[in-house]
Design a protein. Structure first.
Length: 141
């Protein structure tokens, strides 16, 4: 019998990663064990990862390195598929290393993966940190 595929929302990961509601964190632990055992396939999206990063940074006040560790744990969870996981992995690596927003890092990783080397942006500070990308400001030559 084929394993059922189910989507996992941001709040499920947050309960597990922060353990701020222990009984919910324990329920998530059981769910993750089922996925690791092949009983079901869990899937999530890069937008969920972005929301996790934003919440851990803005609400919980975690450092970029701590957030990177937590996201890497998600990406390496057996039985969990993350859409565009390769791009998320690159972005979460750049997020603390280049001290940029996760979304900017993701956009840079996506652009490079697509063979796009020119970025139009007003955020020259962050995008200048990515090798292989050229920048232009709209309205400037």
């Amino acid at each position: 019998m084929k394993a059922e595929r189910s989507f996992v929302d941001t709040n499920v990961f947050l309960r597990y990663l922060t353990n701020d509601v222990p009984e919910q964190a324990e329920a998530v632990e059981r769910l993750l064990r089922r996925a690791a055992a092949g009983e079901l396939i869990l899937t999530t999206h890069s937008i969920v990862i972005a929301e996790i990063v934003w919440t851990l940074e803005s609400y919980y006040g975690l450092t970029r390195d701590d957030i990177k560790e937590k996201v890497l744990a998600i990406l390496n969870t057996p039985g969990l598929e993350v859409a565009d996981g390769d791009l998320v992995l690159q972005a979460i690596t750049w997020y603390p290393d280049k001290h940029v927003d996760l979304i900017d890092a993701y956009c840079a990783a996506w652009s490079l993966a697509q063979g796009v080397q020119m970025v139009y942006t007003f955020d020259r500070k962050h995008f200048s940190r990515f090798d292989g990308l050229a920048m232009a400001v709209p309205g400037q030559a």
